[in-house]
Design a binder for this molecule. Structure first.
Ligand SMILES: NC(=O)c1ccc[n+]([C@@H]2O[C@H](COP(=O)([O-])OP(=O)(O)OC[C@H]3O[C@@H](n4cnc5c(N)ncnc54)[C@H](OP(=O)(O)O)[C@@H]3O)[C@@H](O)[C@H]2O)c1
Length: 385
């Protein structure tokens, strides 16, 4: 059967990798909608190649740019803004919606897709960080499957195949440690965006690259895994594994540990989410174990990388605090990328915004979105001060 796809975030790192897989298996996948924010040139190329019926960009200016970048009389329907993303996420004949936009922008279209009964291939971890309880409940109510694209979550998902949840003792997420794993504290003071964007093992978008450098990415992933696998925060462990060959592990109550391995490349995880439970003949290289010589493991340094501790705190508190942490992180990362704050200010801003937040228990979607907005204002005020 050909799976019909909507790809939200098609011009990003995940989106581009995913479209390579779609191009490799044209009999298996058809693209019905592509959505980006403003990269009209790349989106136009993707539209020409994959012939979706709908293409979405954020605003009218990007829509004009997309229209001009396409050949005359191209039949694609160009839509804009929230309404456009919703329409793309709910096209009736689409089977799977891939959520590969970055940040909080992923939440509402993902919820719309769930409510429309679409299977979700989820890269956008911020969706579950902000509103994991609500999203998982809506998915259960709509009998919708959420298949992880994040490599750690794909690994955990793979390790859990054929296992009883009751037998799981703990989930062990591996972290590369990012580009500053061995950087002494005094050198962290002067880090520039270009240094932080230079990840040793993964090629990714700018926001997730900075999150990897602060270890916030691992914190977001811990919360994401907590919701995806219905596992308590206390059962989540993080281990630093700089080679990124083991993508994550699950430990069982008899002392067995199952690990999922592969080269550090997102294609395997993306393909598994698209073709589950089948595996596609991707022709990916295997890890060259003999050449690797050793796989190493260590403890994350929560003093040098306080974002991971902040994320555990947010996850354990729950309710609106993870959404607040996520929003403050987005604003702080953007400020760092624009050289408005130094690297070490990122966790300070997030921590201060979390401290100021009055947690709303059992939040509705409206409460979560209000917490997100207020945290953004609060973070911006701290940055501007
Ligand atoms: N990259 C990885 O290897 C990786 C691995 C695991 C998980 N993830 C997760 O996957 C998500 C995407 O990451 P990425 O690295 O692919 O990001 P990216 O390269 O920055 O791409 C982001 C995509 O989202 C679009 N976008 C940005 N802001 C938007 C908005 N407000 N509304 C609608 N679309 C918007 C971008 O469009 P434009 O190009 O037009 O700006 C682009 O298509 C993130 O949540 C990340 O944590 C990524």
């Amino acid at each position: 059967m050909t799976k019909k796809l909507t790809i939200l975030g098609s011009t990003g790192s995940i989106g581009r990798n995913l479209l390579e897989i779609v191009a490799q298996f044209p009999d298996r996948f058809q693209v019905r909608a592509l959505a980006a924010k403003s990269n009209a040139r790349l989106l136009a190329k993707q539209v020409e190649h994959f012939s979706p019926q709908v293409a979405v960009v954020y605003d009218a200016e990007s829509a004009r740019a997309l229209y001009e970048a396409l050949p005359d009389n191209h039949p694609v329907t160009i839509l804009t803004g929230e309404a456009g993303y919703f329409e793309a996420a709910t096209i009736s004949e689409v089977d799977t919606v891939v959520t590969a936009v970055v940040g909080a922008a992923g939440l509402l279209p993902t919820l719309a897709a769930i409510d429309a009964g679409k299977e979700i291939a989820l890269a956008n971890k911020e969706t579950l960080v902000m509103a994991g309880d609500l999203v998982m409940k809506r998915a259960a109510a709509a009998h919708v499957r959420i298949l992880p694209i994040d490599s750690e979550h794909s690994a955990i998902f793979q390790c859990l195949q054929g296992q009883r949840r009751a037998d799981v003792d703990r989930i062990i997420l591996t972290a590369s440690g990012g580009p500053f794993l061995n950087t002494p504290p005094e050198k962290l003071v002067t880090i520039q965006p270009a240094d932080a964007l230079d990840h040793p093992t993964w090629r990714m978008g700018s926001k997730i690259s900075i999150d990897s450098a602060t270890l916030m990415n691992k914190g977001l992933e811990v919360i994401e895994a907590h919701w995806l696998f219905n596992a308590p925060l206390d059962a989540m462990k993080v281990v630093v594994h700089p080679q990124s060959i083991i993508h994550s592990m699950v430990a069982f109550r008899d002392g067995s540990v199952i690990a999922q391995m592969g080269i550090p490349d997102m294609k395997g995880a993306i393909a598994y989410a698209l073709s589950y439970p089948e595996r596609l003949p991707l022709k990916q290289p295997l890890p060259d174990f003999a050449a690797l010589e050793s796989l190493t493991f260590g403890k994350p340094d929560l003093e040098r990388f306080p974002c991971l501790a902040l994320a555990f705190r947010a996850g354990k508190t729950g309710h609106t605090l993870p959404a607040v942490m996520n929003a403050a992180n987005e604003v702080a990362v953007d400020a760092f990328l624009n050289e408005r704050i130094p690297f070490l200010k990122i966790p300070q801003v997030i921590g201060a915004v979390m401290d100021r937040h009055d947690v709303v228990t059992d939040p509705t979607l409206t409460d979560i979105l209000a917490a997100d907005r207020s945290a953004r204002r609060s973070a911006q005020t701290l940055i501007d001060a």
